[in-house]
Design a protein around this ligand. Structure first.
Ligand code: HSE
Length: 295
C-alpha cells in the first residue's frame, strides 16, 4: 500500500537559538511512499533538487525509511520501496530540506506499519539521523519549537506565536552544506557572547508566546554562530541592516545558511519592501537571490 505525506520546510536557530529554536514555514515537500516486500528501489524527484538528490541507497528518504523499519523490527519484511518526491524547499540553502526528507520518510513509513511510533519517538529518530533537533522538530510539530537534548534524549516544546509574523527569505543562488557551515564554528565562545544569546533567545520565546511585539526588536541577533559564518555569505550583515531599514523587526541566518530570513509584522505590510531591500543589497555584493514571503 502507499501513502502521501506533506512536510514543511523549516528555519533553524532564528538568530540566537543555535541548535535549539526553529520554526515551520509555508513551503512544503510531498512524498509518496510504497513499501515493497521484494528488494528494489525506484526513486524519482520532481522540483527542487531533481538534479542533485541521489536516487539510490544513499537517498535520505530511503535511509530514514530503513531506520524506522529497523527500529520496528520490520526491516526484513520490507526490502524495497517506490519513492516519489515532489519538492518545493530549496536544497542546501538553510530551509531544512534534509529535515523534510528525513521526517517525510519516517512519517510515511510509520503510517504504513500502523503508526507504531508516536511523534515524540519520531522526533527522537529524526534527531539521531540529522544530528541536531532544530529543523526536524518544527517539521514534525509545526509552529515555533524549542528543543533540547539531554543525554541523547530530545525534548521539544512547540507553540504558535501570538505575534502575527511574516517571513521574508532571501535565497542566494549558491548552496552551502551544513557540514561546511559547522566546520567554521569555534570550539569555545566568550562568556559575554553566551550570556547575550541566552537573554535574546529567552526574550524571543517569551515575547512570541505572549504576543508582546515591542520586545521583538533585537531578539533575532546572535553572537554564537553568525559572526563566524559571515565570511561564507557575502554581504550578510549588510543584508540584515537593509531588511531592518525597510521595516523588518530583525533578520538572521536561516539555519546554517546561506538563506537569510527577515522577520516582519503582518500589520506593517512591509514584506515587499524588505524583500526588495534584501535582494538589492545581496546584488551589490555580487549575489543573485530569489525572494520568498512565507508565514
Ligand atoms: N542548527 C543547525 C546549524 C541548523 O546552524 O548548524 C542546520 O540546518
Amino acid at each position: 500500500q502507499s501513502i502521501t505525506v506533506r512536510v514543511p520546510g523549516t528555519s533553524a536557530n532564528c538568530g540566537p537559538g543555535f541548535d535549539s529554536i526553529g520554526l515551520a514555514c509555508t513551503i512544503y515537500n510531498d512524498l509518496e511512499l510504497t513499501l515493497l516486500k521484494e528488494p528494489g528501489l525506484s526513486i524519482t524527484v520532481h522540483g527542487e533538487g531533481e538534479e542533485n538528490i541521489p536516487c539510490d541507497k544513499r537517498n535520505i528518504v530511503w535511509r530514514s525509511v530503513r531506520y524506522l523499519l529497523g527500529k520496528a523490527g520490520r526491516d526484513k519484511e520490507y526490502r524495497g520501496a517506490v519513492i516519489r518526491m515532489r519538492n518545493h524547499v530549496p536544497l542546501s540553502r538553510g530551509l531544512g530540506s534534509s529535515a523534510t526528507a528525513i521526517v517525510a520518510g519516517l512519517k510515511a513509513a510509520n503510517v504504513l506499519i500502523g503508526n507504531r511510533f508516536s511523534r515524540r519517538e519520531l522526533l527522537q529518530f529524526a534527531t539521531e539521523i540529522e544530528g541536531h533537533p532544530d529543523n526536524v522538530a518544527p517539521a514534525i510539530f509545526g509552529g515555533f519549537t524549542v528543543s533540547t537534548v539531554t543525554d541523547g534524549r530530545v525534548e521539544c516544546f512547540s507553540f504558535m506565536p501570538k505575534s502575527r509574523l511574516r517571513l521574508v527569505v532571501a535565497v542566494p543562488d549558491f548552496p552551502l552544506s551544513t557540514r561546511k557551515a559547522r566546520s567554521v564554528l569555534p570550539a569555545q565562545v566568550p562568556m559575554k557572547d553566551a550570556v547575550r544569546n541566552i537573554g535574546k533567545a529567552a526574550m524571543m520565546v517569551a515575547a512570541l508566546c505572549r504576543g508582546n511585539d515591542r520586545f521583538l526588536h533585537h531578539v533575532f541577533d546572535d553572537a554564537l554562530h553568525q559572526p563566524y559564518r559571515a565570511r561564507l555569505i557575502p554581504g550578510m550583515y549588510d543584508v540584515f541592516a537593509a531588511a531592518r531599514k525597510a521595516g523588518a523587526l530583525g533578520a538572521s541566518l536561516s539555519g546554517a545558511g546561506p538563506c537569510l530570513i527577515a522577520y516582519t509584522l503582518e500589520r506593517r505590510h512591509c514584506e515587499e519592501a524588505v524583500g526588495k531591500a534584501m535582494q538589492d543589497m545581496f546584488h551589490r555584493h555580487g549575489v543573485r537571490a530569489r525572494i520568498f514571503t512565507l508565514d
